[in-house]
Design a protein around this ligand. Sequence first.
Ligand code: ATP
Length: 264
Amino acid sequence: MSSYLSIENVDKVFSRGAIATKVLDNVCLKVEKGQFVSIIGHSGCGKSTLLNIVAGLTNATSGGVLLEDREVNAPGPDRAVVFQNHSLLPWLSAYDNVRLAVDKVFGKTTTRAKRHEWTMHNLDLVQMTHAKDKRPGEISGGMKQRIGIARALAMQPKLLLLDEPFGALDALTRAHLQDQVMKLQERLGNTVMMITHDVDEAVLLSDRIVMMTNGPKATIGEVLDVPLRRPRDRIALAADPIYLECRQRVLQFLYERHRYVEAA
Ligand SMILES: Nc1ncnc2c1ncn2[C@@H]1O[C@H](COP(=O)(O)OP(=O)(O)OP(=O)(O)O)[C@@H](O)[C@H]1O
């Protein structure tokens, strides 16, 4: 049986002048519908490059990506991306930022009234209806990320791609937003691929953690299943032996077997 998302033998070479660097080497990964998968690895190993290939923003040099058996070779609304630094349009309100995406995806198939309702529904999912008329410059970093998530969810993508979505936030906002994303995932059952540097975040949120070796020629070193039941509670998990074991496995991979070496 074929998988929902299939990353097949992906290589990526970046060339500058006569110098070619193979960043990704034979990356293979299968993700089932509804799974939350995190990609973790040291800085510069190629996580964003891999996510960009899945998003269709970058082409693989060889190999490819199939989503529901269709080849990905360009960006599309079936794959919504949330970046570390919000990518909202600064001149539009929170509502209009979400509405723009809703109109783009559903403009030809649903009425204005339904699109308004859907926009409000998605703002409500991330608890942002109170700030719907504010522009990005008038709200906090965490609020901006929540609008970015609402915009992505509103597109009803087959795949939600999160590129360090909490990376620029302070620890408390980050924890709050992680909890919200976890609740949304339990409620909506999205298929998610998230890039992170944070071991605790990976264990807390994921069904599977994909650990990448260091670049160049980075590849998937190990995939860890996280058999923690949902709903998950960060306080209770802090002393859970399965949580601690998963955390330990990722830490060992990153800091013992694939230690980060600073480029000269
Ligand atoms: N467009 C590009 N042209 C040339 N080299 C690139 C390009 N994009 C990325 N690279 C290189 O590819 C490697 C992987 O970069 P990438 O951003 O995918 O890593 P990462 O694991 O996401 O890093 P970080 O965790 O620091 O964000 C790096 O050495 C980077 O310099």
